[in-house]
Write a protein that binds this ligand. Structure first.
Ligand SMILES: C[S@@+](CC[C@H](N)C(=O)[O-])C[C@H]1O[C@@H](n2cnc3c(N)ncnc32)[C@H](O)[C@@H]1O
Length: 587
C-alpha cells in the first residue's frame, strides 16, 4: 500500500488504530463519548473545556491517538509548545500511519520548534556548502535541537521526506563526524548523544541517502578505521564514535562489530546497536529457513530479484495495524457501498495470497485487517522476506506463511485463495498480463483480487526523471543514487522530490532505477478485465476524486464506469499518482 492510500485509509476514521489498543469496549465507548464532547467544545471556541475533556479521554484510554493529537494541537494554539510535543509524539507512536503524511509531520515539527524552520532556511540557503552548527544555529541552538524529543522520535521512526530538513541533518551529520574524530570526543551531554543516535538511526532507515562529499567520505572511512582499531585494541571508545560511524555505515558492516556488543553503553547506543547489529543478524538467520516454492529462471525475474536482494523495499519501522479485524465482505461493503459484488460469506477463515509482499508491512497489515485471515506472503527476494519475518509481530506470526516464489511459476504450487492482493508488483514482471492471469488461476470462483498498477499518465514526471538518470549514465549504486538525487534537485526536474519514494535508497532505486517498469492506462486495464470475464468493483481511496467523478458525470453514484474514469484521468492526470488501486471479483 503506498503512502497516499494509507493516508486515505486513515481518513476513513478509526478503522485502524494502535497495534495494542486493547482497551475494554465499554471503556472505549465512554472514552468515545467524552471525545465527542471534547471535539464539540473545541469547535465551539471553548479550548480549556475541550482540553479537559481530551485529558479525561486519555485517562480512560491512553491509546486514543486522535485525542492525543487534538490535545497537542490545542496546546500548540495556546502557545504551550513544549506541553504539546509529548502528545504529538504519542499520537505518532499510536497511529504510525500519521507518518505517511510527512508534510504534516514536518509542519508539526516546525510548529513545536519554530527555530528549526529558521535553521532549515539557513542550511538551504548555504547548500551545497555545509554550515557549522555555530553558523547554522548560534550558540544555544544546537542544544535546543538536541533536546527536541519530538524530532528525535521522528528521526527514529520514519524516513525524513523533506528536502530542507534533509539538508539541515546532512550538515549536522558532518559536525558529528568532526566532533567524533576529535581526540576528546567525550563529555557530551546526554541529549547530544541521544540526538546523535537518533540521527544515526535515520541514516540507517534511509539507507545512507544523504549527500556525502568525497572529502567527507574519506573522513568517515577514517573514523570507521579508528573505531575498528580501538575495538581490536580493546581500548576505550567514547560513545559518540560508534554513533558517528553509524551515520555513514551500518555498524554490522564493521569487521569486528561483535566486539561492540560486548561493551556496556548508554541506552541510546544500546538501542542503536539493536538496530544495526542485532536485527541484521537475526534476519540473516532466517535466510535458510524460508521455503522456496518455485524456481526463478525468467530473465526479468532474476534481475528484479537481484535489485530487491540488494535493496529490500521498503525499510519500514512501524506498521498501521487494525485494532479490530473485520470480515472481507464487510470491508468491501463499506468501501464500495454501491458495488454489486457477491459476498464471500466465508466465516471460518479466508485464504489470502499477498503476491510480491516485499519487506512485510503489506502482509502484516492484511493479516491484522481481515477476520480469520490465513496469509501466504510471497516474494522473489530472500532479503525482503527475512526483513518481513523479523518484523512480524508474534500476534501475526501464526497467520502468515512467508515463502520465496516467482509469480510467473505459481501455478505449480497447487493452492487456491479467496483473496489475491497484488499491489505494486505486476508492473515489475516481464509480462504484466501473463503474471496477472497466473494469479487469476489461483483465485477461487467468487474470489476477490486487489491490484495496484502504475499509471502511464500519472508517472510522466517520474518517467522524465528516469530518463535523466538513464541519459546521464548513473548506475543504481548507493553512491550514484546519492549523486543523481542531488543533480535532480538542482535541475528543472526537482519536483520529482514530491514523490515520497525519493527519500531512501531502496525507494529511490525503485522509483528511478527499476530494472523493469511497465505503466498502464485505464483502457488497457478495462480490456484485460473484459477478456478475463472479471467484475470491476471499484478504485480505492480516492474520496475527493469520487466526488469529482460524481460532479463530472451527473451524479453517477456507481463509480464503476472505466471509460468515465479514463476521461477524468485525462483531465486530471495526477489522479492516480499513487497507483491505480482497485478491486475485482472472479465469476
Ligand atoms: C515495490 S515492491 C512492493 C512490496 C509490497 N507489495 C508493498 O506494497 O510494500 C515489489 C515487490 O515485488 C516483488 N516481485 C517483483 N516481481 C516478482 C515476481 N515475479 N514474483 C514475486 N515477487 C515479485 C519484489 O521482489 C518486491 O519485493
Amino acid at each position: 500500500m503506498n503512502r497516499k492510500q494509507r493516508r486515505a485509509m486513515r481518513m476513513q476514521g478509526r478503522e485502524v488504530a494502535a497495534a495494542d489498543g486493547r482497551t475494554q469496549p465499554s471503556v472505549r465507548a465512554q472514552a468515545g463519548r467524552l471525545f465527542g464532547q471534547a471535539v464539540w467544545h473545541q469547535h465551539h471556541g471553548k479550548p480549556n473545556e475541550a482540553a479537559s475533556f481530551y485529558r479525561q479521554v486519555l485517562e480512560l484510554d491512553p491509546d486514543h491517538a486522535e485525542a492525543s493529537n487534538n490535545l497537542g494541537c490545542l496546546l500548540l494554539v495556546q502557545g504551550k509548545r513544549s506541553a504539546a510535543a509529548p502528545y504529538f509524539e504519542r499520537a505518532l507512536m499510536l497511529l504510525p500511519q500519521l507518518f505517511d503524511d510527512f508534510d504534516s509531520v514536518a509542519a508539526m515539527l516546525l510548529a513545536v520548534n519554530p527555530a528549526l524552520g529558521e535553521d532549515i532556511e539557513r542550511a538551504t540557503r548555504a547548500w551545497p556548502q555545509r554550515l557549522s552548527t555555530g553558523e547554522m544555529l548560534g550558540a544555544s541552538g544546537f542544544t535546543a535541537i538536541c533536546a527536541d524529543a519530538l524530532l528525535r522520535r521522528v528521526l527514529e521512526s520514519t524516513t525524513i521526506r523533506h528536502v530542507g530538513l534533509e539538508r539541515l541533518l546532512t550538515s549536522f551529520r558532518l559536525e558529528f563526524l568532526h566532533a567524533a574524530a576529535a581526540t576528546h570526543a567525550d563529555g557530551f551531554a546526554d541529549d547530544v548523544l541521544d540526538f546523535s543516535a537518533a540521527l544515526a538511526k535515520q541514516c540507517f532507515i534511509n539507507e545512507y541517502i544523504f549527500a556525502t562529499t568525497a572529502e567527507e567520505a574519506e573522513q568517515a572511512q577514517e573514523l570507521a578505521r579508528m573505531l575498528v582499531e580501538a575495538l581490536a585494541r580493546d581500548s576505550e571508545v567514547p560513545p559518540l564514535l560508534p554513533s558517528a560511524v553509524a551515520m555513514y555505515f551500518p555498524l554490522h558492516s564493521l569487521p569486528n562489530s561483535q566486539a561492540l556488543l560486548k561493551r556496556t553503553w548508554p541506552a541510546a547506543l544500546t538501542d542503536l546497536l539493536r538496530q544495526q547489529v542485532h536485527e541484521p543478524q537475526e534476519e540473516a538467520q532466517y535466510r535458510e529457513l524460508i521455503p522456496r516454492l518455485t524456481t526463478i529462471d525468467d530473465d526479468v525475474s532474476m534481475q528484479v530479484r537481484g535489485q530487491y536482494e540488494e535493496n529490500p523495499y521498503p525499510r519500514w519501522v512501524h506498521a498501521a495495524l487494525a485494532s479490530e479485524p473485520i470480515a472481507l465482505d464487510e470491508h468491501l461493503r463499506s468501501q464500495f457501498p454501491s458495488a454489486p459484488f457477491r459476498p464471500l460469506g466465508n466465516a471460518d477463515g479466508i485464504d489470502i495470497l499477498v503476491a510480491g509482499c516485499g519487506t512485510g508491512r503489506h502482509p502484516i497489515e492484511v493479516a491484522h485487517k481481515y477476520k480469520a485471515a490465513r496469509v501466504l506472503a510471497l516474494d522473489l527476494s530472500l532479503s525482503s522476506l527475512c526483513y518481513a519475518k523479523r518484523k512480524t509481530p508474534a500476534a501475526a506470526a501464526s497467520k502468515i506463511e512467508y515463502a520465496q516464489a516467482d509469480i510467473l511459476k505459481l501455478e505449480s504450487i497447487g493452492r487456491s485463495f479467496d483473496l489475491v492482493d497484488a499491489s505494486g508488483v505486476l508492473h515489475h514482471l516481464s509480462d504484466v498480463k501473463a503474471g496477472w492471469r497466473v494469479l487469476l488461476k489461483l483465485l477461487r470462483p467468487g474470489g476477490f483480487m486487489r491490484v495496484g498498477l502504475y499509471s502511464e499518465l500519472a508517472r510522466r514526471g517520474i518517467v522524465a526523471a528516469r530518463t535523466f538518470a538513464l541519459e546521464r549514465g548513473y548506475h543504481p549504486t548507493a553512491d550514484e543514487i546519492r549523486r543523481c538525487r542531488q543533480d535532480l534537485l538542482a535541475s528543472p526536474l526537482k519536483d520529482v522530490a514530491r514523490a515520497g519514494d525519493f527519500f531512501s535508497t531502496s525507494e529511490c532505486r525503485d522509483l528511478l532505477f527499476h530494472v523493469q517498469e511497465h505503466r498502464l492506462t485505464i483502457p488497457e486495464i478495462k480490456s484485460f478485465i473484459g477478456e478475463n470475464g472479471l467484475m470491476f468493483i471499484g478504485f480505492e481511496f480516492a474520496p475527493r476524486m469520487t466526488q469529482y467523478y460524481r460532479d463530472l458525470f451527473g451524479g453517477d453514484r456507481f463509480l464503476r464506469d472505466l471509460d468515465r474514469w479514463h476521461r477524468l484521468e485525462v483531465e486530471k492526470p495526477d489522479t492516480f499518482a499513487g497507483m491505480y488501486q482497485f478491486w475485482l471479483q472472479k465469476n
